[in-house]
Ligand binder design. Structure first.
Ligand code: SF4
Length: 154
């Protein structure tokens, strides 16, 4: 195993092409929300079935090891889930059943609030989705996010 990989911690917005990658779910719910698989399926078994010209992350979410050289990593923490949590929830959402939970970095770091927002996270968002761009950008500070959200709300 690569020395950068922590087998106890997995990223739910992972790299589809990592050797250990599994399919977390399918973006088949309302507004592309993720519907989680009951059991992990190796990404390598699925990637070949995605039609040519379709970016796999448009239709699937993948999980892979949380690695120390990730741009979103700060110490042992994931800053991506911090930015995901900054986005207000549109409505009360249920906590999905998810095969990754016992190994998930977001769950271990942020608990049930991460799970409530997780289905709406898009690993590959639309270019015109400015808030998603900000959340995905590891250089975005919480202050910048809060300011953007406050401006939109006002
Ligand atoms: S944040 Fe929750 S729902 Fe999302 S992958 Fe982790 S355990 Fe599953």
């Amino acid at each position: 195993m690569d020395k950068d990989e922590s087998p106890a911690s997995w990223c739910p917005s992972g790299d589809a092409h990592a050797p250990e990658a599994v399919v977390l779910g399918v973006r088949s719910g309302q507004e592309g929300r993720v519907v989680y698989l009951a059991d992990p399926v190796p990404a390598s078994q699925v990637l070949g079935e995605v039609p040519e010209g379709v970016e796999p992350r448009r239709i699937l979410r993948f999980a892979s090891h949380c690695v120390t050289n990730c741009v979103n990593r700060r110490g042992d923490d994931c800053t991506l889930v911090e930015r995901v949590l900054a986005k207000p929830q549109a409505s009360a959402t249920t906590v999905p059943r998810c095969h990754l939970r016992t190994r998930c970095q977001w769950w271990s770091q942020s608990g049930v609030e991460a799970c409530r927002r997780c289905p709406a996270v898009s690993t590959r968002h639309r270019a015109d989705d400015e808030l998603a761009e900000l959340i995905a950008d590891p250089t975005t500070t919480r202050e910048q996010l809060d300011a953007w959200i406050a401006t939109e709300a006002g």
